[in-house]
Write a protein that binds this ligand. Structure first.
Ligand code: ZN
Length: 321
């Protein structure tokens, strides 16, 4: 009987995770395009047809429609179903880890979903929206409050199992400053070319959730993964540029201009879109950093939120502690 109850609870969390994933798809599609995310019906990006409730059932509509629009039969990007499924699985995993602390569990739902949105938006548009950083910071405050309340409720014999990551408030405050401070320094030294403001705010917010030890792990893992990923992506970009003579000549023309001139031009082409200036344009042109760092940071943050204790212990053992 108890097993059935647990299965039911995980099933409900999975379904709610799918529905929230569907809402996240709206954010991921509309935010970078400047479309309001609250009002307005969803529509097919190909034929513009308004989508009805039966077209918007998370995951199932995609499966039953065979991955195509009901109205124009244009293929729907599998990314929508992937975001929904990833979010639902992430929620179930956080529920498994933090079930005994509902407030901490919900805070991790907010944390994980915000990071998923950041991964998909930053990878495609090189933008990190502040609403996700704010949500992550608030989830850090929620976890700290939950721990404070439980700490005051008296010491249970199973107290240590309740908070697998023993992060104090001081750890969280140092966590908010250590990596973001380093990134701020890099941004100042490079005049905003090597590091964007979004990465600074993201690491500050996530530091409140993870604490400084986990944030050092995030920095290490994201740097290694980011270096490997950048090499692969830049290699692919160079191969593509070599194959197409048009983009090669435009790259040569761009190289002939002083960099400031080009950034001003990019800003002029995108009025009201000043983020384009510090990301070096949206066409993947070789200016400043061409590969977004946010997806690597966010991925490492999700990893450390699950296995931070184990990864840090493993690292300390390697070092002989
Ligand atoms: Zn359509």
């Amino acid at each position: 009987m108890e097993t059935l109850l647990w299965l039911y609870i995980y099933f409900v969390i999975f379904v709610v995770g799918l529905c929230v994933g569907s809402f996240m798809n709206v954010q991921i599609y509309r935010l970078p395009r400047g479309i309001g995310t609250v009002k307005g019906r969803s529509f097919c990006p190909d034929c513009g047809h308004t989508l009805h409730a039966r077209d918007l059932v998370p995951l199932f509509s995609y499966i039953f429609l065979g991955g195509r629009c009901r109205y124009c039969r244009a293929p729907i990007s599998p990314r929508y179903a992937a975001v929904e499924l990833l979010n639902a699985l992430l929620w179930v995993a956080y529920a498994y880890k933090f079930m005994l602390h509902p407030l901490t569990m919900v805070a991790h739902f907010v944390f994980g979903s915000s990071l998923l949105c950041i991964i998909f938006i930053d990878a495609a548009h090189m933008l990190i929206f502040d609403r996700f950083n704010v949500a992550i910071a608030l989830s850090g405050v929620m976890i700290a409050v939950d721990k404070f309340l439980c700490g005051n409720a008296g010491h249970h014999h199973h107290h240590h199992h309740l908070f697998p990551q023993d992060v104090t408030i001081v750890d969280r405050l140092i966590g908010a400053l250590c990596v973001s401070g380093l990134f701020l320094l890099i941004a100042i030294v490079s005049r905003g070319k090597w590091m964007g403001g979004g990465d600074i705010k993201l690491t500050a917010a996530a530091g409140l959730v993870l604490g400084w030890k986990n944030m050092l792990g995030v920095l290490f893992i994201a740097s290694v993964a980011g270096t490997i990923g950048s090499l692969i992506i830049m290699g692919a970009q160079n191969a593509r540029a070599a194959r197409s003579p048009v983009s090669q000549s435009s790259a040569e023309t761009a190289a002939g201009h002083p960099p400031g001139d080009k950034l001003d031009q990019a800003a002029a082409n995108n009025p009201g879109h000043d983020a384009a200036a510090d990301t070096g344009g949206e066409d993947g042109e070789p200016a400043g950093h061409v590969v977004p760092f946010g997806p690597y940071l966010a991925g490492a943050m999700i990893l450390m939120s699950f296995f931070g204790t184990e990864i840090i212990d493993f690292y300390l053992k390697l070092c002989g502690f």
